[in-house]
Design a protein around this ligand. Structure first.
Ligand code: AP5
Length: 212
């Protein structure tokens, strides 16, 4: 599981790790954005909370994860952006116990607030393949979209506006940061210095997973 504040690099590192370890990547933010894009009732309900930088109700995200954490996914999963509250973590515990698929690692990506603001303010994403770029740290170089083969269709997320970002950081501190102690007290948590370059962060992640 990747734990960390908005913009810490969870999605960026998850893309790489899932490819290297053939993991099923379960990212509640991506799942919710897909519901919004398809205009489903769940998406319409979630959009208001997401745009404001608030959390979507626990029952909604727990249901989404429960639906997907079956079959092969249950033995080889990577959680990104879930859980985000103690209530979600408790529901996940019950779910994983039922599946006999305990968590192996919880990796906390730590990044300073100034750096988070720089990362979120400069992030651009492709509408079609979902790949994340940054105007300074990981600029788009015109490479073809992994979904369409055409140039990427880049956009900035509505919740990367400065007012929504401020709210997301407050929500993280109040509702998600308590998970650091929750998993720390079980000996599952490893802290990663997420402030470093992408390759260096990935090196720390693979070494933590291998017990280094
Ligand atoms: P979600 O999509 O999960 O957003 P988030 O947690 O706020 O995380 P981000 O996607 O913003 O950041 P990231 O850590 O993945 O960073 P990234 O790799 O993109 O959730 C969105 C919303 O959905 C929530 O606010 C909430 O409303 C709802 N939601 C989702 N899950 C929920 C849940 N469980 N419960 C309730 N509600 C939920 O990197 C950021 C930028 O930095 C990129 O441009 C990247 O290129 C760049 N970058 C990455 N790594 C580096 C590096 N090492 N150095 C320099 N730049 C870097």
């Amino acid at each position: 599981m990747f734990l960390g504040p908005p913009g810490a690099g969870k999605g960026t590192q998850a893309e790489r790790l899932k490819a290297d370890l053939s993991l099923t990547h379960l990212a509640t933010g991506d799942l919710l954005r897909d519901e919004v894009k398809r205009g489903t009732p769940l998406g319409l309900e979630a959009k208001r909370a997401m745009d404001a930088g608030e959390l979507v109700p626990d029952a909604v995200v727990v249901g989404m994860i429960r639906e997907r954490l079956v079959g092969d996914a249950a033995s080889n999963y990577l959680l990104d952006g879930f859980p985000r509250t103690i209530g979600q973590a408790e529901s996940l515990d019950a779910m994983l116990e039922g599946l006999g698929a305990p968590l192996d690692h919880v990796l906390l990506l730590s990044v300073s607030q100034d750096e988070l603001l720089r990362r979120l303010g400069g992030r651009w994403l492709c509408r079609n393949c979902g790949k994340s770029y940054h105007e300074t740290f990981a600029p788009y170089g015109g490479e073809p979209c992994e979904a369409t083969g055409d140039p990427c269709d880049l956009y900035q997320r509505d919740d990367d506006r400065s007012d929504a970002v401020a709210n997301r950081l407050n929500v993280y501190a109040a509702q998600t940061a308590p998970l650091i102690d929750y998993y720390g007290s079980r000996g599952l948590l490893r802290e990663i210095d997420g402030e470093r370059g992408q390759d260096e962060v990935y090196g720390q992640i693979t070494s933590a997973i291998q017990g280094g």
